[in-house]
Ligand binder design. Structure first.
Ligand SMILES: [Fe+2]
Length: 211
């Protein structure tokens, strides 16, 4: 049976280092050691994404081999969403901190007011979402209703919505904070709020809107 792709898969560039600005989070207690260990996990998601892309390019497409209970196709499709979700979530996380924190700026400030009334209300929603989630809180721009929404993630591949651009990702897996804050996740989220790089998030939005 012919392989699925007639061209070679496009592979992700494996990150070698984090943006230097991220280490300024030490001022609020999110340590260099946490970030350096976290980078290893991000590299793992990247490598596995590439591995699955290669496997999908070479998989035997005989429909008799695909099966909804267990099959190679099923395993690759499920784990691709987890691996690539992990890559993108961490990409946004690592590029959206190391800033000045505080109230949102630019277009995102306007969008937050449209959706949440005040920045303070959004901040309360964000913190509660981060505590309710088992893995992530996401801030994303919905291209359909043209508003920002917060979403919760229990893993790398849940529960994002289609047609959204991810603007902020708050990693609440224990590996993101246990070394520095032990089980005090709320304190970690408070620290995160002080280091959001709103400029980076606004740049992500502007790029998505073609501005
Ligand atoms: Fe993480």
């Amino acid at each position: 049976m012919q392989s699925q792709l007639l061209t070679a898969p496009k592979l992700l560039e494996v990150p070698q280092a984090l943006p230097e600005k991220i280490y300024t989070t030490e001022r609020v207690g999110i340590s260099r050691k946490t970030h350096d260990e976290h980078l290893k996990l991000w590299i793992g998601y990247t490598n596995k994404t590439n591995e699955i892309r290669k496997a999908l390019a070479e998989i035997d497409l005989d429909p008799a081999k695909a099966n909804q209970i267990y099959s190679q196709m099923r395993a690759l499709k499920i784990n691709y969403a987890f691996a690539y979700g992990g890559y993108v979530n961490h990409l946004v996380y690592f590029h959206s901190i190391g800033g000045e924190g505080g109230p949102a700026t630019g277009d995102i400030a306007t969008l937050i007011k449209e959706s949440f009334g005040t920045f303070e209300h959004w901040a309360a929603d964000w913190k509660a979402t981060g505590i309710a989630g088992r893995g992530w809180a996401f801030l994303a721009y919905d291209h359909l209703d043209q508003r920002v929404h917060t979403y919760m993630g229990d893993s790398q591949d849940t529960y994002p919505a289609w047609n959204n651009t991810l603007l902020l990702g708050l990693d609440v897996y224990e590996h993101a904070y246990y070394l520095d804050f032990q089980t005090a996740r709320a304190k970690y989220i408070d620290a995160y709020m002080q280091v959001i790089d709103w400029g980076a998030a606004n740049a992500r939005l502007a790029k998505a809107l073609g501005r």
